[in-house]
Write a protein that binds this ligand. Structure first.
Ligand code: BGC
Length: 791
């Protein structure tokens, strides 16, 4: 059971609680309550082990390919959180004895995990347990844990094993070669492991401090070692009301860390650094380290984003905070060679790979709230250009064809070739996305456009942005296929965002986005020729821009852009979609589990129905409105509405990416109640009451979507053709909303109610923005009354 309202006073709407221990549904809390800082991701498995647990600790960017026939993935490094606890020699487990007042909580404000309960052993000894954990935002390499045990009834012996356990795998795949193991001063443990293929060294050190009634014990623990494992065993005798406390600190360093990824590197340097950090941290102690971590969250996150909503449903505020918490810990802000994983660092799902999820669903939050991180994530794509060029060459195209799934930037395409079971043949289904889901190249170009317009970061464009946009446009120009009969360019044999349609011709989303990508390249080329020809010259050394520009000009206008049908204004999702059979989707639409349609049909069969996995054509209305194309291609509100009501009923929302886009669009077309219910559903993808939603990890894009639905949707804060617009439409449940966004280099404070808007320009640099077609200028503070709901 997940509960949302247990936070009181200053912690009101900051606490996500699990109020009952369910050994068969461990994945939920493990994933949604996972801890991290963008460098480390620690799944919140309980200290004592259970059969159905998944223990994960990931370090961003440490990709490895365990076997030749597997794709590279983020390996699960050694576990440091497990404690094998015994009470009077008997194994401690919540599956035996009696548990009272159980609670596990993620405190979003302090990014801390807490678990408290009273436990009566099978022999009748009553004990109070309390566990605490954090992964520091102040020191990215540090994990802190505490355990308190109090004997409430009788004298009792508590024993526990605590160490570093590298007997881990990714669902059976072993990524590591064993390295050195050692114990220093009978308290500090070292374990070294090296990935078998990418040869990344991982050094882990843990320290232990045990106190009884606040006095550190002087007895030494027993020291143990076995294959891939090293640990200490403590035996502590407690009298009634005695309190035992364990403080365990761990540091993790890898040779992938920027400071070690150089020619001077040797493993000793890494080991020295890890141990030195552990020694310094142990001197400070858990409480002081936790305090610095708390302050970092307060200063860099909560005080920076200042996102507040006052809703009749307090859960909404909690959900928004949950989304900011997750967005913070999923982003490798420390290293621009790394991207965001589709399941963040919370589970093995999708192998730590990055998808278009980043650019279209996650990046907008960073662009508007923390542009430095947005820049880092886009720089990651720049570093991926070589792999993208190789993929284009391999497929017979020119330019940069970005991988559908990306890992280390130079890895290129890493999408697995085979997936889940095909219920008709009993074989694994073939995954086509790595070859024919190609829209990602244009999605990246779009994200750069959005970043540049919101931040005005010319330096990024000069160094990285233009090159990506030009090279992806070169790809598209080479990808287009001339249709002699129709005298137009087509893009055949693709998968659009709707992955329930494979091998389709002229997916509207792909065609429009390719068109946008090429038009953007033309536009930037022309501007640079005027304003910065030397940059064009410089880029010409890498790319044949002169020829490319001519090709773009001749081809762009002849790209086939599927138009709204006369009779109902519906834009065909692809060449065949509207002719396919319509089936009753009730059975699959409101299922507790996603993708239940696969239990009845295989991909070939699904390909023949008018059923859509997630927002596809509809996404265009939301994306292109932000661009300079929004007028040329006439995606009017009328067309938007017609398409929304045509496609939404056929959409199963079987990808978590779908709901937020639909919420934004429902709001645009004035269906605020539906928009609000879709927003709530989006928040429930991970945070909701269903216990098996997040077993493989949280849904990073959906979490980015929660922010987007609130800010782009309800607050109506959006980029429209280079301009900031604020067209709020708060749901009736919300009384006010407050947040800070970044616009062209300065923070802007925004406060809205259902008919007033205040804007505060923090650095007093004049900005221009539009509210319901009226233009405002402001270099300080302005209060505006607006007419609610006007389109
Ligand atoms: C979705 C993709 C998404 C991927 C990773 C798939 O189920 O259809 O659009 O990129 O998951 O989240």
């Amino acid at each position: 059971m997940i509960s949302y309202s247990l936070g009181k006073e200053e912690l009101e709407n900051w606490i996500v609680s699990e109020t009952e221990f369910q050994p068969d549904s461990l994945g939920k809390a493990e994933a949604i309550m996972h801890l991290g800082n963008g460098y480390l991701g620690l799944r919140s498995a309980t200290e004592e082990p259970y059969m159905k647990e998944t223990r994960n600790l990931f370090v961003a960017g440490t990709f490895n390919k365990a076997e030749e026939n597997e794709v590279t993935e983020l390996p699960n490094i050694a576990d440091v959180t497990r404690l094998d606890i015994r009470v009077d020699g008997e194994r401690f487990s919540l599956e035996i004895g009696k548990t009272k007042d159980y609670i596990r909580q993620l405190n979003l404000k302090y990014a801390e995990l807490i678990r408290i309960f009273e436990w009566t052993s099978p022999k009748g000894k009553v004990l109070q347990f309390e566990f605490k954990r954090f992964v520091s935002l102040d020191n990215l390499h540090l994990i802190g844990m505490k355990m308190f045990v109090k004997s409430l009834s009788d004298p009792v012996q508590i024993s526990f094993d605590s160490g570093i356990d590298a007997q881990m795998s990714n669902s059976g795949s072993q990524h590591f070669l064993e390295g050195e193991r050692r114990i220093f001063d009978k308290k500090k443990i070292l374990l070294v492991q090296t990935t078998n293929q990418s040869k990344i060294d991982v050094v882990i050190n843990s320290s232990h401090k045990v106190l009884v009634n606040d006095q550190e014990i002087t007895d030494y623990p027993a020291m143990n070692m076995s294959r891939r494992k090293v640990w200490l065993t403590y035996n502590i005798n407690l009298q009634p009301n005695d309190k035992m406390e364990l403080e365990k600190l761990t540091t993790v360093y890898t040779s992938r860390d920027k400071e070690f990824d150089n020619t001077e590197y040797n493993i000793q340097l890494l080991m020295d650094k890890s141990l030195e950090d552990l020694r310094n941290s142990s001197i400070k102690g858990y409480d002081s380290l936790f305090q610095s971590h708390k302050e970092a969250w307060n200063y860099s996150i909560w005080n920076a984003y200042k996102l507040e909503i006052n809703s009749e449903n307090p859960y909404d505020q909690l959900a928004l905070r949950f989304s900011l918490y997750q967005l913070t810990i999923m982003a490798p802000a420390h290293d621009e060679r790394m991207g965001v994983a589709a399941k963040a660092l919370s589970g093995e799902g999708y192998k730590g790979h990055s998808f278009w999820d980043t650019e279209i669903f996650i990046l907008p939050f960073f662009i508007f709230s923390n542009p430095a991180i947005a820049k880092s994530l886009l720089t990651y794509r720049y570093y991926g250009l070589e792999g993208a060029r190789e993929k284009a060459r391999e497929n017979g195209y020119s330019g940069a064809m970005f991988p559908w799934e990306a890992a280390w930037p130079t890895d290129g395409e890493v999408t697995p070739k085979l997936g889940d079971i095909d219920i008709v043949t009993g074989k694994q289904t073939k995954i086509w996305s790595g070859v024919i889901e190609q829209h990602i190249s244009a999605d990246i170009a779009f994200a750069i456009y959005q970043y540049f317009n919101v931040t005005a970061d010319q330096e990024f464009m000069d160094h990285y942005g233009y090159e990506i946009i030009f090279d992806t446009a070169i790809f598209w120009a080479s990808r287009l296929e001339w249709n002699e009969r129709k005298q137009e360019y087509h893009i055949n044999n693709v998968i659009g965002p709707d992955e329930y349609k494979e091998h389709v011709n002229n997916n509207a989303f792909t065609n429009y986005m390719a068109f946008f990508n090429i038009k953007l390249a033309i536009r930037y080329y022309e501007t640079l020729m005027k304003d910065n020809p030397s940059l064009i010259e410089k880029l010409t050394m890498k790319l044949d821009l002169k020829t490319a520009y001519k090709t773009w000009q001749t081809k762009a206008e002849k790209i086939y852009l599927p138009q709204p049908r006369e009779q109902d204004l519906v834009i065909p999702q692809d060449d065949t979609y509207l002719k396919l059979k319509e089936i009753d989707l009730t059975k699959y639409k409101n299922q507790e589990k996603l993708r239940t349609i696969y239990l009845y049909y295989n991909p070939q069969q699904i390909n023949t129905f008018q059923v859509t996995k997630q927002a596809d054509t509809l996404l265009l209305f939301y994306l292109l409105r932000q661009t300079f194309l929004h007028e040329d291609i006439k995606l009017s509100n009328e067309v938007k509405e017609a398409n929304f009501y045509y496609y939404e009923p056929k959409t199963l929302h079987d990808s978590s990416l779908s709901l937020a886009t639909h919420s934004i669009l429902a709001n645009d077309i004035g269906d605020t109640d539906f928009a609000y219910s879709l927003f709530r559903k989006a928040t429930e993808v991970d945070l909701g009451p269903l216990m098996n939603t997040s077993d493989d990890g949280i849904h990073a894009a959906s979490i980015g979507g929660i922010w987007k639905a609130a800010v782009f949707g309800f607050a109506g804060i959006r980029l429209v053709d280079g301009k900031l617009t604020i067209n709020p439409k708060l749901p009736k449940q919300w009384n006010h909303m407050k947040l800070t966004i970044h616009w062209q280099g300065q923070p802007i404070g925004i406060f809205l109610t259902d008919n007033t808007l205040s804007v505060k320009v923090e650095h007093k640099k004049k900005i221009e923005f539009e509210v319901y077609d009226q233009i405002y200028y402001c270099d300080d503070e302005i209060n505006i009354e607006y007419e609610y709901g006007k389109r």
